[in-house]
Design a protein around this ligand. Structure first.
Ligand SMILES: [Ca+2]
Ligand SMILES: [Ca+2]
Length: 173
């Protein structure tokens, strides 16, 4: 689990998780993590690497929440919210396999995903410098995720699911 509120002066180099371009990694997973105001949340620039992103929340990234950027590489991203980026989810070569994601632009895709969702309707606070990316009780991401068997908690240590289904994003409401 990671929480990264980017320092503005470091933002030109910022990815929360970036796979090496010079070696092949498989089986890397980023989950229950939040990134705010950086450039990229999760980036796979490696042609030979695969990355899985589960139940993350990325907000106000200058470039993207999640990028697959190397031909031949693959990112699987599910139960993840990316909002207020240049492109919330970006397939720039290779495979970007999406399901049960939420974006504020048109780039969430696949089964169970929702586009064009206003951040202010999802999160407790999107005030710059005072963000609280816990879900509002009224957020459409509540009980809208897909059930996973590989983990059972959220970023707070709350059990998943609460309510009738898993939530989308790092927070289970
Ligand atoms: Ca739930
Ligand atoms: Ca929670």
């Amino acid at each position: 689990m990671l929480v990264y509120d980017y320092v503005t002066t470091l933002a030109t180099a910022s990815s929360l998780l970036r796979i090496s371009m010079t070696a092949a990694f498989t089986g890397v997973t980023l989950r229950n993590s939040i990134g705010i105001r950086g450039l990229v949340g999760a980036r796979n620039p490696s042609p030979g690497s695969t990355l899985r992103v589960e139940n993350c929340t990325f907000h106000a990234m200058g470039v993207s929440g999640v990028i697959q950027a190397g031909g031949g590489g693959a990112v699987t991203v599910l139960n993840t919210i990316a909002t207020a980026s240049n492109l919330d989810f970006d397939n720039n070569g290779g495979m970007l396999v999406q399901s049960f994601n939420v974006s504020s632009d048109a780039t969430a895709a696949g089964l169970g995903s929702k586009t064009m969702q206003a951040p202010s309707a999802l999160f407790v606070s999107v005030t710059a410098g005072a963000e609280d990316l816990h879900l509002l009780s009224s957020a459409m991401a509540v009980d809208a995720g897909s059930t996973q068997s590989s983990f059972m908690i959220d970023i707070d240590g709350d059990g998943r699911p609460r309510g009738i289904e898993w939530d989308i994003g790092a927070d289970e409401h």
